[in-house]
Design a protein around this ligand. Structure first.
Ligand code: GLN
Length: 193
């Protein structure tokens, strides 16, 4: 199985290394995705955290936006968006500069916890997984979770949601930064081959 990492900016290498570390155990390979052609042979895609306005512009410019959206809607692609990636997957970003793909029925607010200095690490409880050290960096907040499964909350706000098929996932934190592979393993387990 090939797992693409959207290679624009942000935490690309961290996700790449995490998938690489799981290669033997799950027979998965990481692939950096720069163009529409790179989407041909992948089964799952990670949209990393970074700056959502930059990621959005690049996705549009390289025709990746519509292609990723239609592959996901056709159930041809599982997608995990973390932080800025979660903003891209949302239905409503509340920001004219970033139009969400609407792959998840969530309204999200960018930079809801404040500036870079207001970033923090907090242990959250994830359904079926247990405690997880979650790193929040200029994180967005899921203001309105619609028709989604909520796997984790912090202060009564969803921080980890999936669609009903369980293969489109959004997290407002960074699972690639603590060396804990369980969320990547969960994503791998939901990819249908
Ligand atoms: N604040 C960023 C944005 O709105 C997201 C931050 C992150 O991905 N760590 O794009």
């Amino acid at each position: 199985m090939n797992i693409g990492i959207l290679n624009i900016q942000g935490d690309v290498q961290e996700h790449f290394d995490m998938i690489k570390s799981l290669k033997r155990k799950y027979n998965v390979s990481p692939v950096k995705v720069n163009s529409v052609n790179d989407l041909e042979n992948i089964d799952g895609l990670i949209i990393p955290g970074g700056e959502s306005t930059v990621i959005y512009k690049f996705l549009i410019k390289n025709n990746l936006y519509d292609k990723i959206k239609s592959m996901a809607l056709n159930n041809d692609l599982a997608v995990m968006g973390t932080c800025a990636g979660a903003i891209i997957l949302s239905k409503d970003t509340g920001d004219d500069r970033v139009t969400g793909m609407g792959l998840l029925d969530i309204t999200i607010k960018r930079n809801a916890y404040g500036r870079q200095v207001d970033s923090f690490i907090k242990e959250v409880q994830i359904n079926g997984m247990g405690a997880f050290n979650a790193v929040f960096i200029r994180a967005p907040e899921i203001e309105v979770p619609g028709n989604v499964n909520i796997l984790s909350e912090l202060n009564n706000r969803a921080v980890f949601v999936t669609d009903k098929n369980l293969d489109i996932m959004a997290l407002t934190f960074h699972p690639e930064l603590t060396g804990d592979p369980r969320i990547h393993e969960y994503f791998i387990s939901k990819i249908k081959k």
